[in-house]
Design a protein around this ligand. Sequence first.
Ligand code: UD1
Ligand code: MG
Length: 432
Amino acid sequence: MNTYGLILAGGKGTRMNDSLPKVAQKILGKEFINYVYDALDLAGIEKIYPIVGYKRDIVLACRDFENYFVQEKQLGTGHAVQMAYENLYDKEGLCVVIAGDQPLITSESLKELIRVHKKNENHLTLLTAISPDPYGYGRIVRDGNEVIKIVEEKDATEKEKLIDEVNISTFCFDNKLLFKFIKELRNENKQKELYLTDVLSIFKREHLKVEAVSALTYEETIGISDKSDLEKATTFLRTKINQKHMINGVSIIDSSNTYIGPDVNIGSGTIIYPGSVLEGKVTIGENCLIQASYIYDSSLGNNVTVGPFAHIRQNCVLGNDIRIGNFVEIKKSTLDDGVKSAHLTYLGDSEIAKNVNIGCGTITVNYDGKNKHKTIIEEGAFIGSNANLIAPITIGKNSKIAAGSTITKDVPNDSLAIARERETIKKDYYKK
Ligand code: UD1
Ligand code: MG
């Protein structure tokens, strides 16, 4: 069966009160829209398209989307779905429509939604939540067990406002039926918008099969409206992620001060000190020690120690038994087993072979103002303290760079390179 996913991502998110579109806001380093996309992907949806509008360049830069639809004016959630009409109206299969501002939604709940939809041969299945604070949500109006309609807060009667079962904007539709009726929506409501939720009433009128199922947990259904919701969601997710790592044998000294993103893998026996931030796609091996450091989009082998106060970023690949000490920054570099860089260093765009020792204060000078260049340091080389390696440059096997040198020419194997002023001593200079 064809499976489509539409992510509603056109809104501004006025209550976030900053210039970034809401779905491009981040929790633990990952954008809302990428959480929702990955949940759909893990639930087995094959074609996933965002519907973008407000500041769409920023939203589209969040990932390499295969395709997307544009809603120039935000005239409501139903109007947003209409933007996919030309491309999808004649496709057999199912279509999951989901709001892009609920990053905590789990693939497990989406799988359950799709499972029930298929098993019961429904035409529309929606996820709902029982909310302790339903204010602002669309309410699920039932007659007995049967779902009748969804009524928005602003359009609800006093009696309907008492309903605590809410719409969390997560629907599984028969695709062809969704698009058969999507153009029938009218904006006859308080907000003068085309409500996606009104499709449910149309399906009922047509005697189609509609069913509502509960999301598996309450927390995942929380929509994020403002910065206070964002902080709550971050705390919830941080706790959940850290818990998973601790169960897997990772020691987290103080979970409330350790920020690990959802796409991080950590081997058992590793210890993480407070003040550490691991974001993006990060892999850390077994028995590592990470102290108050920031690592993103990088992988580390086993027995690697990092920090305190180190920064490893942008596709670094570190092998085993490596020591990265305080105030060392590493960018887009590979470090083979046994490399040591214990203090105050910048290694950018470098390839560093086994057992190389990088002295304190070493800088790979990788940028000439226009382009970035590579530094290659071969096996066993020793870089003395306070050296500048002006890239592009290669330091040969087992060679040594004298402390304080600025190296501009390649150094062959087994050699010593000194590039500094000879010391002169003016004897008794201050006696005169
Ligand atoms: C919507 C639902 C409501 C539900 C609530 C939380 C409708 C009419 N109401 O209300 O029942 O309880 O979400 O799930 O659907 N968007 C667009 N284009 C638009 C409008 C919105 O792309 O023209 C996107 C937004 O970027 C957001 C999502 O749709 O990601 C939901 O929009 P939002 O304005 O937050 O809807 P609510 O008023 O919260
Ligand atoms: Mg909302």
